[in-house]
Design a protein around this ligand. Structure first.
Ligand SMILES: Nc1ncnc2c1ncn2[C@@H]1O[C@H](COP(=O)(O)OP(=O)(O)OP(=O)(O)O)[C@@H](O)[C@H]1O
Ligand SMILES: [Mg+2]
Length: 300
């Protein structure tokens, strides 16, 4: 992957009076990647996104998009950025196609091919009035408008909320396809499985502060496995003092440990003892994400 940051955030801070929305956030989103943005309610995701697009005035810090200052060059940036706000809404009385045509013209694009392709793909009837659409269908309008102008960067705040699982899958395919065509995507989400399936990297924010930025694949590698063993006899606790074994705990003859590497050596050492019982649990990415939500994240 080209390591060119399309979105570069440095020391971003936003205060709403005494309330801190986001504090000292540094983040790079590189060309051609999908970056997921996770965190509990009120963590600061929407605040960060809105500051990036200059829809909200930041208190401190710097945001550059395409190398341009987000405030000084807000108009130029918006021309090259598709945006789906978390609270996407449109005039109820207008037909969807009127809305999409208008938004497309605002982006300076006259070719409607992609608009129609996306609507067909997401099974959106653009002849209907916006106000008569279901919640999920309204959300599809938001997704279509975010991608239809074929812009270089797409920023979305909880893009698939309200969509049924089949439609979510279709969106994941779309996002990946757009990424493969060179687009950069920055999206917040509450759906952990979505982030795991669609994103190349994830940034997790909690209490206005960034907790971690990692490749999804590296997170999976780091997760480790939990071993629980019941030995027949007492064992020397030092036996498992080794690289790759963490959180070793011995209670009588009952041992628990997290194995992050060196599994083969651990098994060999266990096999030299008499084992009464043993269980083996692989952490899911969900469990790992949750630790960052609740404890600031040890990674487990
Ligand atoms: N207009 C506002 N005035 C005062 N405080 C605000 C305002 N908007 C957001 N906040 C506060 O800023 C913090 C971050 O909110 P933000 O909406 O960015 O969180 P979020 O991560 O998007 O949450 P969610 O997952 O619920 O969408 C919260 O404490 C919130 O109450
Ligand atoms: Mg939000």
């Amino acid at each position: 992957m080209d390591k060119k940051p399309v979105l570069k955030i440095r020391g971003l801070t936003k205060k709403y009076g005494d309330v801190v929305g986001v504090k000292d956030l540094d983040l790079d989103v590189y060309l051609g990647e999908i970056m997921g943005f996770l965190g509990p309610n009120g963590a600061g995701k929407t605040t960060t996104i809105r500051c990036c697009l200059d829809l909200l005035q930041k208190t401190d810090g710097e945001v550059k998009i395409f190398g341009l200052d987000s405030h000084e060059n807000a108009i130029e940036i918006r021309k090259r950025t598709g945006y789906l706000p978390g609270d996407f809404g449109m005039y109820d009385d207008l037909k969807v196609k009127t809305i999409l045509n208008y938004l497309l013209s605002q982006s300076g694009v006259s070719d409607k091919t992609k608009m129609h392709e996306l609507s067909d793909r997401l099974e959106l009837d653009i002849g209907r009035r916006y106000g008569n659409l279901s919640k999920g269908n309204k959300q599809k309008v938001g997704i279509v408008q975010a991608f239809m102008a074929d812009q270089d960067l797409i920023i979305m705040d909880e893009p698939t909320s309200g969509l049924d699982p089949l439609m979510q899958k279709k969106c994941y395919e779309l996002f990946r396809e757009e990424r493969d065509n060179g687009k950069t995507i920055f999206m917040s989400s509450h759906i952990l499985a979505e982030v795991e399936e669609v994103c190349d990297r994830v940034a997790i924010i909690r209490n206005a502060r960034l907790q971690v930025v990692e490749k999804i694949d590296s997170l999976k590698d780091k997760m480790g496995k939990k071993l629980e063993i019941e030995f027949e006899n007492d064992v020397d606790p030092k036996l498992f003092t080794m690289e790759g074994v963490e959180d070793f705990n011995l209670d009588g003859r009952h041992a628990t440990m997290i194995v992050t590497s060196n599994l083969d050596e651990v098994i060999k050492r266990i096999s030299k003892q008499n084992v009464m019982n043993m269980s083996f649990e692989t952490f899911s990415l969900d469990q790992l994400f949750m630790t960052y939500y609740t404890s600031g994240g040890k990674g487990r």
